[in-house]
Design a protein around this ligand. Structure first.
Ligand SMILES: NC(=O)c1ccc[n+]([C@@H]2O[C@H](COP(=O)([O-])OP(=O)(O)OC[C@H]3O[C@@H](n4cnc5c(N)ncnc54)[C@H](O)[C@@H]3O)[C@@H](O)[C@H]2O)c1
Length: 277
């Protein structure tokens, strides 16, 4: 299927190898979209070592997308800055002539600590990227889409942690629950412009971020190894496995397609049945 020919998709935080953002862009590339790879590019204070989508990694991802036949631009953006998000939206239009699909995917999830040890700056760091970043991204995308006058699709990558609580993850869980509220409010406001806003809530996917969570929780819960922790995760899942990045990508493609034209304000679980509300 080439459902997104002549459409432009921007995915924030998509410059990290094997991340959800990369998989989402691969899916859109395979369906004909012009792709914007966007990430921090350079080290930033709020990021843990090795967690950043670097300029080199962004270029590598872009070149793989070109090999799949897509037109691709790489545009750095720090989603904590409203100005940076506005510039990303503008540059996407300059590169391809339109902006049709925007995915708020950038996120940090490596700060895991008991509540009483979590500092104010760690709280701000997580909320600043995961929730404020989605807010700025939504505003920037909506501004352009409203001006274009032909609707659009905004998709927020939330999490299973948007629906259920998790220990040692108060900032992350709060940020992801917040994304559900952002999705609902903005869906109502932007509906009159033909712009749909939805969230996707994946369960565990072993990306760079996911691997850190596996490591932390396997120790916290007393599993003898990360592998034993993953085996337990599989046993508990109705469909018998953790999520794949391609599962999230497929959900994004559906939400961006004409088939989902009458779906807005939803937060869709993509969790193999682990989460049902
Ligand atoms: N992996 C999972 O199990 C899982 C499950 C549910 C939801 N999610 C969500 O999916 C999204 C992608 O996560 P992932 O697992 O692919 O992790 P990842 O670490 O591979 O990707 C996150 C990306 O966000 C970027 N980023 C961080 N701060 C940024 C900023 N200020 N501006 C721009 N980019 C920034 C990072 O550089 C990185 O490339 C996140 O929002 C995460 O919370 C992941």
């Amino acid at each position: 299927m080439r459902r997104f020919e002549n459409k432009t998709v921007v995915v924030t935080g998509s410059g990290r190898d094997k991340g959800l953002g990369q998989a989402i862009l691969q899916r859109f590339a395979d369906e004909g979209a012009n792709c914007v790879v966007s990430d921090l590019g350079a080290p930033a204070q709020h990021m843990g070592a090795g967690d950043i989508g670097t300029t080199a990694e962004m270029e590598k991802i872009a070149s793989e997308l070109r090999q799949r036949g897509a037109k691709v631009a790489t545009i750095p953006c720090d989603v904590r800055s409203e100005q940076s998000c506005e510039a990303l939206a503008q540059k996407a239009v300059e590169a391809f002539g339109s902006l049709d699909i925007w995915v708020n995917n950038a996120g940090i999830g490596y700060i895991m600590k008991p509540l009483l040890e979590t500092t104010a700056s760690e709280w701000d760091a997580v909320l600043g990227v995961n929730l404020s970043g989605a807010f700025f991204g939504t505003k920037a995308a909506a501004r352009v889409m409203i001006k274009q006058g032909r609707g659009g699709r905004i998709i927020n990558i939330a999490s299973q942690a948007a629906k259920s609580g998790f220990p040692h993850m108060a900032p992350y869980t709060s940020s992801k629950h917040g994304m559900v509220g952002l999705t609902r409010s903005t869906a109502i406001e932007l509906g009159t412009h033909g712009i749909t806003v939805n969230a996707v809530c994946p369960n565990h996917v072993t990306t760079g971020l996911g691997a850190k969570q596996n490591e932390y929780f396997s120790k916290l819960l007393g599993f003898p190894s990360v592998e034993a922790y993953i085996e337990n995760m599989k046993r508990k899942n109705p469909l018998g496995r953790p999520g794949f990045a391609s599962d999230t990508a497929a959900a994004c493609a559906w939400l961006a397609s004409d088939d989902a034209v009458y779906v807005t304000g939803e937060s869709l679980n993509v969790s193999g049945g682990e989460e049902m509300h």
